[in-house]
Design a protein around this ligand. Sequence first.
Ligand SMILES: [Ca+2]
Ligand SMILES: [Ca+2]
Ligand SMILES: [Ca+2]
Ligand SMILES: [Ca+2]
Length: 242
Amino acid sequence: MEFKMESILKSKINPAYLVGTSMIWFGTTITAHAAVIINEVDYDQAGSDTAEFIELYNSDLNSVTLDGYTLQLVNGSSGSVYDSFDLSGLSIDANSYLVLCDDTQAVANCNIDVASGGWIQNGGSEGDAIALLFGDTIVDSIAYEEIGTNLGPYGEGSSFTEADSNSITMSIARLPNGLDTNINSSDFGSACITPGSANISGTGNCSISVNPVPVPAAIWLFGSGMVGLIGMSIRKQSSLAG
Ligand SMILES: [Ca+2]
Ligand SMILES: [Ca+2]
Ligand SMILES: [Ca+2]
Ligand SMILES: [Ca+2]
């Protein structure tokens, strides 16, 4: 079964931070980082974690199909994958975003509800990580909080050791938007909440509502082997006030 997700977002977002394109530099072609990156993560909220999301960003000038891409959540205490989402059948428009969340009512511009609350682990003494893979190859990753030996492959050379707050409204995000030098500690910082739009340094909820888009059904293959049919409704994007 195949689902197409064309024109996920029609938003006119800030200019791309061009990290996904090939460049000519003194006659040498340099293929920089993957066009699609993990751009923002909100894994911890005050009280119960009921508004978690992962924002992917396509910095390329062309739409990117996500056939063959998988998003993996990695447990720092063991190094094992505790959840996995097959992104095949989806695509992201040029300079646009794809937001995976646990509650479309709680997360502005969420494209797909992939889980129930508390699906992204909160780091802790051994940290946790999120990785985007193409086939078996990690094309982008973020390891957060304390980084034990199990998360070596995910820190992109220098880990991001800060934490999402469990009291302040904020996320961890690439700053400026889309920055990916493959050094987590340089690329990520504390950010206000901006699912589906360009990242902004600071704290608080800076969500804006983008144009309503229909969201098709999608099948997500969880790491447990369970098949869930989730996120089927056609809905209107909503914003979070305040
Ligand atoms: Ca969490
Ligand atoms: Ca947070
Ligand atoms: Ca990267
Ligand atoms: Ca964002």
